[in-house]
Design a protein around this ligand. Structure first.
Ligand SMILES: NC(=O)c1ccc[n+]([C@@H]2O[C@H](COP(=O)([O-])OP(=O)(O)OC[C@H]3O[C@@H](n4cnc5c(N)ncnc54)[C@H](OP(=O)(O)O)[C@@H]3O)[C@@H](O)[C@H]2O)c1
Length: 371
């Protein structure tokens, strides 16, 4: 059997490491044909030696290195596990080359979803969501039929501060924000999970990936993180996807899509290890104390440049929080002020427009931070 050739962008990060674990454990089916990282040269070299494949370091080779690697390593699928807006160009390069894209980098869809989808259509390649919620919805829609879906329900763990009072939120630290209760992820996404900014990005991502209005998307807090998302069909019935909270599940689903193969992962069981049944709970998100979620719904509804502004200002504000320049609640204030500062364009025609809006939003957010 011919093995699928996988190129891993961001192999030194959390998604990259999970992908490599799959490639190591299922080497009869997958072959790692190339790896990239940004600056962690030592780890990149270790991985490239282990899998005996070429590599590229973006801080040295730029995105040309990624382009060249895609050309020479002839992947069947590129996994994009790059963090932040830096993942957009590599996604564009992948679909321009006509290669299927297993997409963890949600910023690609939030910043330029329509442009990337159009390019993928033209070049006859697929975009397979890896974000666990979107992977679940993608599968559920496939099973139920797009025409039958009337609502998408995205679950959220609620993050480490789910039960904190608004008073207590004012003094939380970066270390507190990095203690995620159920998922082990990179720094930026972990802080976004604490503000609900990550869920906000996912709401926008869902609207774009599945072509639904923001009013058709609901967020429900589910602290155990075993239901990854649900869909409601037009007859009022809700279907959900359950598994242990481990990103290897959605990554493997994307690598095997549309097939379902026997996996080396722990199968899900509603009776837990101690022999008792699991308790699954659901809550409404506390949007007054976590305003990033409502801001995302606003940006999803306004569409055009607004999702780009949401993402860019959030990246600037989260970095300022990491550098201890602002408090936790101020992250959302910076994003809100940036959104409201000017009337942002209602449509975005080209990739160049995307980058121009991204840099204007970053500039405005930095000015707000300086005041
Ligand atoms: N982690 C999760 O469980 C999870 C779940 C769902 C979605 N996602 C999404 O997946 C993406 C990656 O998240 P993560 O948690 O894996 O991040 P991470 O652990 O911080 O890893 C980021 C990876 O991207 C590389 N990178 C950083 N800046 C780059 C740049 N400018 N150019 C090229 N490569 C760059 C890093 O290389 P260096 O190590 O050399 O810096 C590293 O390999 C994000 O979009 C996130 O929202 C993650």
């Amino acid at each position: 059997m011919k093995r699928k050739r996988i190129l891993v962008l961001g192999c030194t990060g959390s998604i990259g490491t999970s992908t490599l674990d799959i490639l190591r454990n299922q080497s009869d089916r997958f072959e790692c044909c190339g790896v990239t990282a940004n600056s962690n040269e030592k780890k990149l070299e270790e991985v490239s030696n282990e899998f005996n494949c070429p590599s590229s370091l973006t801080s040295r080779d730029g995105t040309d290195g990624i382009r060249k690697l895609i050309e020479t390593s002839r992947p069947d699928i590129v996994v994009n596990g790059i963090a932040g807006a830096a993942g957009l160009l590599p996604s564009l390069i992948t679909v321009e080359s006509g290669v299927d894209l297993a997409l963890a980098n949600k910023e690609t869809v939030v910043m330029a979803g329509p442009l990337v989808f159009e390019l993928a259509r033209k070049n006859d390649c697929r975009i397979l969501p890896v974000d666990s919620e979107h992977s679940a919805v993608f599968t559920l829609i496939h099973q139920s039929g797009k025409e039958n879906i009337d609502r998408i329900v995205i679950t959220a763990s609620g993050g480490p501060f789910r039960t904190y009072s608004s008073e207590k939120l004012k003094s939380v630290t970066v270390d507190d924000a990095l203690k995620h209760p159920t998922w082990n992820m990179g720094v930026k996404i972990t802080i976004d999970s604490a503000t609900l900014g990550n869920k906000g990005l996912e709401v926008i991502e869902a609207c774009r990936l599945f072509d639904v209005k923001s009013s058709q998307v609901q967020v429900v807090v589910h602290p155990q993180s075993v239901i990854h998302s649900l869909v409601r069909t037009k007859d009022g019935i809700v279907y959900g996807q359950f598994s242990e909270p481990d990103m290897k599940h959605p990554i493997l689903q994307a690598l095997d899509w549309p097939e379902i193969k026997k996996s080396y992962m722990k199968p899900f069981d509603l009776v837990d290890v101690a022999g008792g049944c699991r308790t699954l709970t659901f809550e409404k998100p506390r949007t007054d104390d976590f305003p990033m979620l409502d801001l995302a719904f606003l940006c999803a509804q306004k569409d055009g440049a607004y999702p780009i502004v949401y993402n860019a200002s959030n990246e600037v504000a989260v970095q300022a929080f990491i550098e201890k320049k602002i408090s936790f609640p101020e992250i959302a204030s910076v994003v809100e002020k940036t959104i409201q500062k000017i009337s942002w364009p209602s449509s975005v025609g080209t990739v160049q427009d995307v980058f121009e809006i991204d840099s204007s939003a970053r500039k405005i957010s930095k000015e707000i931070l300086e005041k």
